[in-house]
Design a protein around this ligand. Sequence first.
Ligand SMILES: *[C@@H]1O[C@H](CO)[C@@H](O)[C@H](O)[C@H]1NC(C)=O
Ligand SMILES: *[C@@H]1O[C@H](CO)[C@@H](O)[C@H](O)[C@H]1NC(C)=O
Ligand SMILES: *[C@@H]1O[C@H](CO)[C@@H](O)[C@H](O)[C@H]1NC(C)=O
Length: 475
Amino acid sequence: MNKSYKIHFFFFCKIVNYFMFCYIVMPYISTTDLDSYLNSVMGMFWCGFNGFNQLNIESNVNLDFHAYYNKGDYGKILQVDFSWSTASILTSSGKVLTSGLINKKIINFEVLDDLGYGPFKSISSSESKILAIDSIGNCWSYSKCDGKWKDITPILQRERQDSVSKNQNQPLINYVCCSDTTHLAATHNEIYSIPTKIFNSKFKVTQVVCGFEHIVILMETGCLYTQGSSSRGQLGHGELNEEDHPRLLKSLDGIRVINTSAGGWHTAAITEYNDLYMWGWNHSGQLGISNSPENGGIIMAPEPVLINWAEDTDIEQVSLGARHSMVLSKNNILWGCGWNAHKQLGIETYQLTCDRMINLSDLSPLLKYNILFEQASIATKFRPLFDRVLVKRLDAVKQSKGGIMLPESAAKKIREATVIAVGPGARTQDGKTVPIDVNVGDRVLLPEYGGTAIQLDDDDSYTIFKESELLAKVE
Ligand SMILES: *[C@@H]1O[C@H](CO)[C@@H](O)[C@H](O)[C@H]1NC(C)=O
Ligand SMILES: *[C@@H]1O[C@H](CO)[C@@H](O)[C@H](O)[C@H]1NC(C)=O
Ligand SMILES: *[C@@H]1O[C@H](CO)[C@@H](O)[C@H](O)[C@H]1NC(C)=O
């Protein structure tokens, strides 16, 4: 019987720095009994810039998606956040695990200053700090300089009006968000640029996002406020003036916004009808509207523009990076455009920029996901030595709409295989390592005989070959 796994993927893209781009992260929610297995590998893939090994992958290849393995017993991934040099994960046990460069040291998903703080329920990370909200709504700040968590709620409370702070039982902080220039905390209806109060309203705040130099506030009423620099039109008011206070975005008047995202210098909003509006910087095509080649295109859009690139693109999610944009439509197609120099779109096709929305579901290594899961479980147990390569004989993998069909294990032996793990390479007499020419995930053609069959996880389709025995790579 074929098993079918529906992929419900979503992604986080976190803008971080002028030169830095973000990652696509896709947790899987399986509808089958594989749940526990998937949780154990935390089924998450990412790609993008990896200059500080913040993705905790051995090679510096930044093209592919990489699964993150749940090493400790920290539970499922709830949230992921990035800064220029770090990646942080919030798990369901309320722990924050960080990798990348902290205090001049490269670490790999370590719990920071583990003195039992938390459990945390939300995080946001900048180059200098990680902000976190604990289960009772207190706001914590981890300083990457002194390596300590500190409860900053009292500082915020001092700023609050007395009438509000008397009600101690209410969760104080609902949202945190940071960029390298701003650290924000939001209560039910107030926003602090820590520690200064910059906004309050009689309506509820439902989302706060940060670009490099601007912030966007979404209210329960569906209105947006923007504040900060509008040097590239990112505030959407039609002017390039800086705004010192959050200003209501009038151009979207009468349109109810349900979600928003801020990129480096561009902004996006999803409306209640699942339309997408974008505005701001378009220098790398991140607005995804390449329809005016005759005038060379626009460099910025200082007012919201309805982005409509294909039929039937009801928007489910939008997430903007420093200079790129990712959109998930309701029919489960992932779209992206903009800067791709670090392969942050997850594809190889575009060297630098891609100025129109492209269908990434088509091109992305998503389809390789079952190989990656396998690799996740196997590679932790099994590491070939020297120039040996662990392969798995291929079954016929079929893809279906809205999900992926996993194959029955093929009865016949097939001569094609997928590389699951590779050794470091053979050593020459003078101790040098000869690099291996095949990569994990490659398809290869096997010789009819040879290899050493091994049984892993009750599966007998694994075989070890020397690299030189493999016949060909299959494109
Ligand atoms: C906006 O979308 C993000 C990503 O899907 C989600 O985490 C967040 O809760 C949404 N915010 C609102 C107000 O719906
Ligand atoms: C946005 O920028 C890209 C790249 O420069 C350009 O091709 C495109 O036409 C621009 N968009 C618009 C609406 O002009
Ligand atoms: C996007 O790509 C997927 C995967 O190849 C394909 O099934 C789908 O039809 C494409 N959708 C559009 C609108 O191009």
